[in-house]
Design a protein around this ligand. Structure first.
Ligand SMILES: *Cc1c(COP(=O)(O)O)cnc(C)c1O
Length: 384
């Protein structure tokens, strides 16, 4: 008997595997694997969500008008050119479905967010990965991958899982240099965390070009990952295309209400920015001082590179840290098996990670020392 068979491009997808959240046996678990905020959501968001409890039998307003108006007011944008989604993943998927089909290509960068590859394949297209330099997207390499078949280019800025970013001038050069038939998607999921003045999320580029879209999310600094709310801002013709294919009620009433409330809490946002601005450099400094490489991150996480020596690898470190309740993200699926990604956590979690990594490095060194001694002894025996 034959079974229904999905399209070949669907079978080419490796399903996205989220970071693990459990550490069996550990007394306390610190989940530092999904770039969630240690500050949690604004209390106003929680209050708003409780206030919706009596209304959940009703469908939401389908266009998320109130949310789009709140976003528009907050960022100075025309709500008609905003689309809300069930997380920004929803928007990324809609963009691929609307613009990419069989025979088309979608470009992303080598260590770029894996969701791009997935949505390009899901739409039936062919994903093309542009090489990076120093774990950073390279505008010339991205442009070099563009052909007549290219329909879309995805760029996470800053990127996950590397934490690196492209300065505003480089992103502007990419937008300017792309052929006008190619849609540029700037995924700014971590924009709020970036404290550098040569960074821009890309809103001005959307206004300057007919082929640039930006996506944002309430999952990261706003602390609403469980509610699934994100948005996109783009030219009217792109937003119109996405509105044709989105599901009619793609954002829940509860999610909208919480996101609107979260947007109004400037103090909570500032506290989250300040927390990250304090602990991101601290973690980078402390972990580097242990003799490990840390990629220069502007987001709320760092990618840490481990030695390839048996006993000291990222997999060994992952095992060691997990047994102590410290759950980081292995990123082998990104082609970075020698790295672990660490989310900036609360003070206690950050301090515990640094202590545990110090212990891991000490014990790795003493294991290697013992190994070297044993080798020297064996050699001495052979000669003696
Ligand atoms: C987390 C993340 C997203 C957003 O996810 P949603 O929860 O779907 O909004 C988008 N892009 C990148 C690069 C991310 O890391």
């Amino acid at each position: 008997m034959t079974k229904p068979v999905p399209r070949p491009s669907v079978l080419a997808i490796d399903a996205y595997v989220p970071g693990k959240s459990a550490a069996p046996g550990a007394a306390r678990v610190f989940k530092l694997s999904a770039n969630e905020t240690p500050l949690g959501p604004s209390p106003r968001a929680i209050e708003a969500l409780r206030g919706m409890a009596d209304h959940i039998a009703l469908y939401p307003e389908g266009s998320s008008r109130a949310l789009r108006e709140a976003i528009g007011a907050r960022y100075g944008l025309n709500p008609e050119r905003i689309i809300a989604g069930a997380g920004s993943d929803d928007i990324l998927e809609l963009l691929a479905l609307a613009y990419v089909g069989p025979g088309d290509e979608g470009v992303y960068s080598q260590y770029g967010f894996l969701e791009y590859r997935i949505v390009i394949l899901a739409a039936g297209g062919t994903p093309i990965a542009a090489p990076e330099r120093n774990y950073t997207a390279d505008v010339d390499a991205l442009l070099g991958c563009v052909s007549e078949r290219t329909k879309i280019v995805f760029l996470a800025n800053p990127n996950n899982p590397t934490g690196t970013f492209l300065p505003a001038g480089e992103v502007a050069r990419l937008a300017r240099s792309l052929p006008s038939h190619v849609l540029l998607v700037l995924d700014a999921a971590y924009a709020e965390y970036v404290v550098r003045d040569d960074y821009e999320a890309g809103i001005a580029l959307v206004d300057a070009h007919e082929n640039v879209v930006i996506t944002r999310t309430f999952s990261k600094i706003f602390g609403l990952a469980g509610l699934r709310v994100g948005w996109g801002y783009g030219p009217a013709h792109v937003i119109a295309a996405l509105n044709r294919i989105r599901s009619p009620f793609n954002v829940s009433s509860v999610g909208s209400a919480a996101a609107i409330a979260a947007l109004s809490d400037r103090a909570h946002l500032d506290a989250a920015i300040a927390h990250n601005a304090r602990w991101l450099p601290w973690l980078t400094r402390e972990i580097t001082a242990l003799g490990l490489d840390v990629l220069p991150s502007v987001a709320n996480f760092v990618a840490i590179r481990f030695p390839e020596t048996p006993g000291s690898t990222a997999a060994d470190a992952d095992h060691f840290l997990t047994s102590r309740g410290l759950v980081l993200r292995a990123i082998g699926a990104y082609g970075m098996p020698e790295f672990l990604r660490l989310t900036v956590g609360a003070q206690e979690a950050n301090e515990r990670v640094v202590e545990a990594l110090a212990e891991f490095m000490r014990s790795a060194r003493s294991r290697q020392g013992a190994q070297a001694d044993a080798q020297a002894d064996a050699q001495a025996d052979a000669h003696g």
